[in-house]
Write a protein that binds this ligand. Sequence first.
Ligand code: ADP
Length: 320
Amino acid sequence: MVKRIGVLTSGGDAPGMNAAIRAVTRVALNSGIEVYGVYDGYKGMVEGYIEPLTKSGVGDIIDRGGTILGSARLPEFKDESVRAKAVEQLKKRGIEAIVVIGGDGSYRGAQALTDMGINCIGLPGTIDNDITSTDFTIGFDTALRTIVDAVDKLRDTSSSHHRCSVVEVMGNRCGDLAIWAGIACGAEIVCTSETGFEESEILERLRDLDVIRKKRHAIVIISEKMTDVHQFARKVSLNTGFSGRATVLGHVQRGGSPTPSDRVLASRMGEKAVDLLMQGIGGQCVGIKNNRIISTPIEEALNIPRASRKQLQNLFDRLV
Ligand code: ADP
């Protein structure tokens, strides 16, 4: 059976990564497996920035955002010769397997390492919920809460001033943060890669909300990379009765103490990763489907198309 494993966080960070590191470390140690932390993602693996983790070393982190292991991007990891250096660093320390917490780029690295004889298990750590092999990623719920808190506050001030708040949220071309936040905040309009961004149509809807519905304020939530929200807010001021104001929430969405849901999800997924490695399995990623923790081969997972969010969009439309 596997005796020594490593754990790393890679790509964009997400709240709940620490809870996952803690779960992997404690479950493994409680099963008689030694655990090493690989710092700064694949970069630290190549450079040998690798230290043992202890039960107390992962104490007091379950409530902390970010990642105690640090994260980094190393595009060169796509080269086999660079990965060979990483494998050498692991073998030198007797590390036989790795838990990789990150997004789909990190999963590709995990698969490539598995192909070179180091069993890897991927855990979905990203606020964007853009990994199709799981219903939810670690960090999504916390980011959603951050967005909802911010939009609730914007709504208070918007209604005092007959304003339209145009709020840009993250998502990396996945509209989940936008549509979930739209429903949770009672927004008036949501734009995602699925709905598209039809500027003239949105301005027309805003004029209706002002003139016919006599709304005191309007909230428009837009996924990042759809349009320039500052320019759009100016057009709202010019073409509707609302005064348009843009807010780009940006990296605040990546921070904060993880919600209880994210902490529990990270703990359940961390446990599953260790169980898979104990069975000698690699090249798989962990997910949650219908509230059951599952695993999927990484190569299959990377090719699962995104499920339509039409039902959520229809619900949103019926709530306006
Ligand atoms: P995320 O994991 O959040 O999607 P990235 O796409 O930046 O973030 O990927 C994180 C890291 O994973 C990259 O910096 C690189 O080191 C590694 N990686 C990405 N794609 C591959 C690949 N095809 N082969 C090997 N490693 C990869």
